[in-house]
Design a protein around this ligand. Sequence first.
Ligand code: NAP
Length: 249
Amino acid sequence: MLPHVLVLGGTTEARELATALAGRPGTRVTTSLAGRVRRPGEVPGDLRVGGFGGAEGLAAWLRERRVDAVADATHPFAGTITANAARAAAATGVPLVVLRRPGWRPGPGDRWHPVPSLAAAADLLPRLGRRVFLTTGRLGLAAFAHLTEPHFVIRSVEPPEPPLPAHTDILLARGPFTVADETALLRDHRIDVLVTKDSGGAATSAKLTAARDLALPVVVVQRPPLPAGVTPAADVPSALHALDALARP
Ligand code: NAP
Protein backbone atom coordinates (compact mmCIF):
# COMPACT_ATOMS: atom_id res chain seq x y z
CA MET A 1 0.00 0.00 0.00
CA LEU A 2 1.08 3.56 -0.75
CA PRO A 3 -1.37 5.62 1.34
CA HIS A 4 -0.15 9.03 0.07
CA VAL A 5 1.35 9.63 -3.39
CA LEU A 6 2.54 13.06 -4.52
CA VAL A 7 2.23 13.54 -8.29
CA LEU A 8 4.35 16.38 -9.66
CA GLY A 9 2.14 17.49 -12.52
CA GLY A 10 1.64 19.89 -15.39
CA THR A 11 1.18 17.28 -18.13
CA THR A 12 -1.61 15.13 -19.56
CA GLU A 13 0.16 12.04 -18.24
CA ALA A 14 0.22 13.47 -14.72
CA ARG A 15 -3.54 13.93 -14.83
CA GLU A 16 -4.01 10.37 -16.13
CA LEU A 17 -1.73 8.98 -13.44
CA ALA A 18 -3.52 10.92 -10.69
CA THR A 19 -6.87 9.69 -12.02
CA ALA A 20 -5.72 6.06 -11.91
CA LEU A 21 -4.26 6.46 -8.40
CA ALA A 22 -7.30 8.32 -7.04
CA GLY A 23 -9.48 5.39 -8.07
CA ARG A 24 -7.59 3.01 -5.83
CA PRO A 25 -9.09 2.31 -2.42
CA GLY A 26 -6.75 3.32 0.39
CA THR A 27 -4.64 5.65 -1.77
CA ARG A 28 -4.66 9.41 -1.38
CA VAL A 29 -3.15 11.35 -4.26
CA THR A 30 -2.00 14.96 -4.19
CA THR A 31 -1.16 16.65 -7.49
CA SER A 32 1.27 19.56 -7.36
CA LEU A 33 1.23 22.25 -10.05
CA ALA A 34 3.70 25.10 -10.46
CA GLY A 35 0.89 27.60 -11.03
CA ARG A 36 1.96 28.76 -14.50
CA VAL A 37 -1.47 28.17 -16.08
CA ARG A 38 -4.39 30.28 -14.87
CA ARG A 39 -7.11 27.63 -15.32
CA PRO A 40 -5.51 24.20 -14.98
CA GLY A 41 -8.82 22.27 -15.20
CA GLU A 42 -10.15 19.48 -13.03
CA VAL A 43 -7.54 17.48 -11.12
CA PRO A 44 -8.51 14.24 -9.36
CA GLY A 45 -7.64 13.92 -5.66
CA ASP A 46 -6.05 16.79 -3.73
CA LEU A 47 -4.37 19.75 -5.43
CA ARG A 48 -1.61 22.09 -4.26
CA VAL A 49 -0.25 24.95 -6.36
CA GLY A 50 3.09 26.81 -6.31
CA GLY A 51 6.76 26.08 -5.75
CA PHE A 52 8.01 24.20 -2.69
CA GLY A 53 11.10 26.36 -2.17
CA GLY A 54 13.76 24.19 -3.81
CA ALA A 55 14.77 20.62 -3.01
CA GLU A 56 14.91 21.38 0.72
CA GLY A 57 11.37 22.78 0.70
CA LEU A 58 10.12 19.75 -1.18
CA ALA A 59 11.89 17.40 1.24
CA ALA A 60 10.22 19.18 4.17
CA TRP A 61 6.83 18.90 2.45
CA LEU A 62 7.33 15.15 1.92
CA ARG A 63 8.14 14.67 5.61
CA GLU A 64 5.34 16.89 6.95
CA ARG A 65 2.63 15.38 4.71
CA ARG A 66 3.90 11.83 5.24
CA VAL A 67 4.28 11.13 1.54
CA ASP A 68 4.95 7.46 0.73
CA ALA A 69 6.03 7.91 -2.90
CA VAL A 70 6.66 10.72 -5.38
CA ALA A 71 5.69 10.38 -9.03
CA ASP A 72 7.46 13.03 -11.11
CA ALA A 73 5.22 13.38 -14.16
CA THR A 74 6.37 16.87 -15.09
CA HIS A 75 7.17 18.01 -18.62
CA PRO A 76 10.46 16.71 -20.12
CA PHE A 77 11.79 20.32 -20.16
CA ALA A 78 10.96 21.03 -16.50
CA GLY A 79 14.52 20.12 -15.50
CA THR A 80 14.70 22.05 -12.23
CA ILE A 81 11.74 20.42 -10.50
CA THR A 82 12.93 17.01 -11.73
CA ALA A 83 16.39 17.59 -10.26
CA ASN A 84 14.80 18.86 -7.03
CA ALA A 85 12.54 15.79 -6.81
CA ALA A 86 15.56 13.49 -7.13
CA ARG A 87 17.44 15.38 -4.41
CA ALA A 88 14.43 15.51 -2.07
CA ALA A 89 13.75 11.80 -2.57
CA ALA A 90 17.38 10.97 -1.79
CA ALA A 91 17.36 13.21 1.30
CA THR A 92 14.15 11.77 2.75
CA GLY A 93 14.28 8.17 1.55
CA VAL A 94 10.86 8.62 -0.09
CA PRO A 95 10.84 6.50 -3.28
CA LEU A 96 10.64 8.31 -6.61
CA VAL A 97 9.14 7.17 -9.91
CA VAL A 98 9.79 9.39 -12.94
CA LEU A 99 7.25 9.29 -15.76
CA ARG A 100 8.77 10.70 -18.94
CA ARG A 101 7.26 10.24 -22.39
CA PRO A 102 9.89 9.21 -24.96
CA GLY A 103 11.38 11.88 -27.20
CA TRP A 104 10.64 12.11 -30.93
CA ARG A 105 12.89 10.35 -33.45
CA PRO A 106 13.54 11.57 -37.00
CA GLY A 107 12.36 9.36 -39.86
CA PRO A 108 13.23 9.19 -43.57
CA GLY A 109 12.77 12.57 -45.22
CA ASP A 110 13.11 14.58 -42.01
CA ARG A 111 15.52 17.55 -42.07
CA TRP A 112 16.13 17.92 -38.34
CA HIS A 113 18.79 20.10 -36.72
CA PRO A 114 19.22 19.07 -33.06
CA VAL A 115 20.45 21.87 -30.77
CA PRO A 116 21.15 21.88 -27.02
CA SER A 117 19.25 25.05 -26.07
CA LEU A 118 16.90 27.83 -27.19
CA ALA A 119 19.96 30.11 -27.53
CA ALA A 120 21.58 27.62 -29.90
CA ALA A 121 18.33 27.45 -31.89
CA ALA A 122 18.39 31.24 -32.24
CA ASP A 123 22.01 31.13 -33.45
CA LEU A 124 21.16 28.60 -36.15
CA LEU A 125 17.87 30.09 -37.40
CA PRO A 126 19.11 32.86 -39.72
CA ARG A 127 20.96 30.23 -41.79
CA LEU A 128 17.83 28.11 -42.25
CA GLY A 129 15.00 30.47 -43.13
CA ARG A 130 13.29 33.85 -43.01
CA ARG A 131 9.80 32.89 -41.83
CA VAL A 132 9.89 30.90 -38.62
CA PHE A 133 7.16 28.88 -36.90
CA LEU A 134 8.24 28.93 -33.23
CA THR A 135 6.47 26.37 -31.01
CA THR A 136 8.77 26.17 -27.99
CA GLY A 137 6.21 27.63 -25.57
CA ARG A 138 5.70 31.07 -24.12
CA LEU A 139 8.68 30.95 -21.74
CA GLY A 140 12.25 31.52 -22.90
CA LEU A 141 11.34 33.57 -25.97
CA ALA A 142 13.86 36.23 -24.92
CA ALA A 143 16.46 33.95 -26.54
CA PHE A 144 15.03 35.00 -29.95
CA ALA A 145 14.31 38.66 -29.17
CA HIS A 146 17.54 40.00 -30.72
CA LEU A 147 16.71 38.51 -34.13
CA THR A 148 15.46 41.45 -36.20
CA GLU A 149 15.47 39.91 -39.70
CA PRO A 150 13.29 36.76 -39.58
CA HIS A 151 9.51 36.95 -39.28
CA PHE A 152 8.21 34.83 -36.41
CA VAL A 153 4.88 33.08 -36.03
CA ILE A 154 4.78 32.14 -32.34
CA ARG A 155 2.22 29.64 -31.09
CA SER A 156 1.53 29.22 -27.37
CA VAL A 157 -1.32 28.28 -25.05
CA GLU A 158 -1.23 31.57 -23.14
CA PRO A 159 0.04 34.95 -24.39
CA PRO A 160 3.84 35.26 -24.41
CA GLU A 161 5.46 38.17 -22.61
CA PRO A 162 8.10 40.55 -23.94
CA PRO A 163 10.88 40.67 -24.94
CA LEU A 164 9.88 39.16 -28.29
CA PRO A 165 11.47 39.39 -31.76
CA ALA A 166 10.69 42.56 -33.72
CA HIS A 167 8.50 40.87 -36.38
CA THR A 168 6.10 38.54 -34.62
CA ASP A 169 2.58 37.17 -35.10
CA ILE A 170 1.05 35.39 -32.09
CA LEU A 171 -1.26 32.39 -32.43
CA LEU A 172 -2.95 31.24 -29.21
CA ALA A 173 -3.90 27.57 -29.42
CA ARG A 174 -3.76 24.38 -27.40
CA GLY A 175 -3.13 20.95 -28.98
CA PRO A 176 -3.81 18.36 -30.12
CA PHE A 177 -3.34 19.50 -33.71
CA THR A 178 -3.95 17.53 -36.93
CA VAL A 179 -1.49 17.11 -39.81
CA ALA A 180 -3.99 18.77 -42.18
CA ASP A 181 -4.30 21.85 -39.96
CA GLU A 182 -0.54 22.06 -39.37
CA THR A 183 0.15 21.76 -43.11
CA ALA A 184 -2.37 24.52 -43.83
CA LEU A 185 -0.81 26.73 -41.15
CA LEU A 186 2.72 26.25 -42.54
CA ARG A 187 1.49 27.04 -46.05
CA ASP A 188 -0.74 29.99 -45.10
CA HIS A 189 2.06 31.68 -43.16
CA ARG A 190 4.67 30.77 -45.82
CA ILE A 191 6.82 29.19 -43.11
CA ASP A 192 10.28 28.03 -44.18
CA VAL A 193 11.64 26.72 -40.84
CA LEU A 194 10.03 25.17 -37.75
CA VAL A 195 11.44 25.34 -34.21
CA THR A 196 10.27 22.88 -31.56
CA LYS A 197 11.34 21.36 -28.27
CA ASP A 198 11.68 17.56 -28.25
CA SER A 199 8.55 17.32 -26.13
CA GLY A 200 7.53 13.88 -27.41
CA GLY A 201 3.98 12.53 -27.40
CA ALA A 202 1.23 12.59 -30.01
CA ALA A 203 -0.59 15.82 -29.11
CA THR A 204 1.89 18.14 -30.83
CA SER A 205 3.75 15.83 -33.25
CA ALA A 206 1.59 16.61 -36.31
CA LYS A 207 3.73 19.68 -37.08
CA LEU A 208 6.71 17.36 -37.61
CA THR A 209 4.81 15.30 -40.17
CA ALA A 210 3.62 18.48 -41.88
CA ALA A 211 7.19 19.84 -41.99
CA ARG A 212 8.44 16.55 -43.48
CA ASP A 213 5.70 16.59 -46.12
CA LEU A 214 6.70 20.15 -47.09
CA ALA A 215 10.46 19.32 -46.87
CA LEU A 216 11.01 22.08 -44.28
CA PRO A 217 13.99 22.12 -41.91
CA VAL A 218 13.15 21.64 -38.22
CA VAL A 219 15.29 22.92 -35.35
CA VAL A 220 14.78 20.49 -32.45
CA VAL A 221 15.81 21.65 -28.98
CA GLN A 222 17.07 18.64 -27.02
CA ARG A 223 15.83 17.76 -23.53
CA PRO A 224 17.76 18.48 -20.36
CA PRO A 225 19.35 15.28 -19.04
CA LEU A 226 17.61 13.28 -16.30
CA PRO A 227 19.31 13.17 -12.89
CA ALA A 228 21.97 10.45 -12.59
CA GLY A 229 20.61 6.99 -11.86
CA VAL A 230 17.01 7.76 -12.91
CA THR A 231 15.37 5.24 -15.25
CA PRO A 232 12.08 6.75 -16.39
CA ALA A 233 8.78 4.97 -16.93
CA ALA A 234 7.69 5.73 -20.52
CA ASP A 235 3.93 5.78 -19.99
CA VAL A 236 1.23 5.77 -17.32
CA PRO A 237 0.83 1.96 -17.08
CA SER A 238 4.61 1.59 -16.60
CA ALA A 239 4.59 4.26 -13.88
CA LEU A 240 1.69 2.52 -12.11
CA HIS A 241 3.61 -0.74 -12.37
CA ALA A 242 6.69 0.87 -10.81
CA LEU A 243 4.58 2.33 -7.98
CA ASP A 244 2.99 -1.07 -7.40
CA ALA A 245 6.44 -2.62 -7.15
CA LEU A 246 7.32 -0.10 -4.42
CA ALA A 247 4.20 -0.96 -2.49
CA ARG A 248 5.02 -4.68 -2.29
CA PRO A 249 6.43 -5.65 1.10
P1 NAP B 1 11.14 24.03 -13.85
O1 NAP B 1 11.98 25.03 -14.55
O2 NAP B 1 11.65 22.64 -13.76
O3 NAP B 1 10.82 24.49 -12.37
C1 NAP B 1 11.04 25.81 -11.88
C2 NAP B 1 10.44 25.89 -10.50
O4 NAP B 1 9.01 25.85 -10.58
C3 NAP B 1 10.81 24.72 -9.61
O5 NAP B 1 12.07 24.92 -9.01
C4 NAP B 1 9.66 24.71 -8.63
O6 NAP B 1 9.79 25.76 -7.68
C5 NAP B 1 8.48 25.11 -9.49
N1 NAP B 1 7.76 23.94 -10.04
C6 NAP B 1 7.89 23.37 -11.26
N2 NAP B 1 7.02 22.38 -11.42
C7 NAP B 1 6.32 22.29 -10.26
C8 NAP B 1 5.27 21.47 -9.82
N3 NAP B 1 4.74 20.50 -10.62
N4 NAP B 1 4.80 21.65 -8.56
C9 NAP B 1 5.32 22.63 -7.75
N5 NAP B 1 6.31 23.46 -8.15
C10 NAP B 1 6.81 23.30 -9.38
O7 NAP B 1 9.68 23.99 -14.49
P2 NAP B 1 9.06 24.77 -15.75
O8 NAP B 1 9.77 24.34 -16.97
O9 NAP B 1 8.96 26.22 -15.40
O10 NAP B 1 7.61 24.10 -15.78
C11 NAP B 1 6.66 24.43 -14.78
C12 NAP B 1 5.52 23.44 -14.85
O11 NAP B 1 4.92 23.51 -16.14
C13 NAP B 1 5.96 22.01 -14.64
O12 NAP B 1 5.12 21.46 -13.65
C14 NAP B 1 5.79 21.33 -15.97
O13 NAP B 1 5.31 20.00 -15.85
C15 NAP B 1 4.81 22.22 -16.71
N6 NAP B 1 5.13 22.35 -18.13
C16 NAP B 1 6.36 22.77 -18.54
C17 NAP B 1 6.65 22.87 -19.89
C18 NAP B 1 8.01 23.30 -20.38
O14 NAP B 1 8.21 23.34 -21.60
N7 NAP B 1 8.97 23.59 -19.51
C19 NAP B 1 5.65 22.55 -20.83
C20 NAP B 1 4.39 22.12 -20.38
C21 NAP B 1 4.15 22.04 -19.04
P3 NAP B 1 10.45 25.51 -6.23
O15 NAP B 1 11.92 25.34 -6.47
O16 NAP B 1 10.08 26.71 -5.46
O17 NAP B 1 9.83 24.24 -5.70
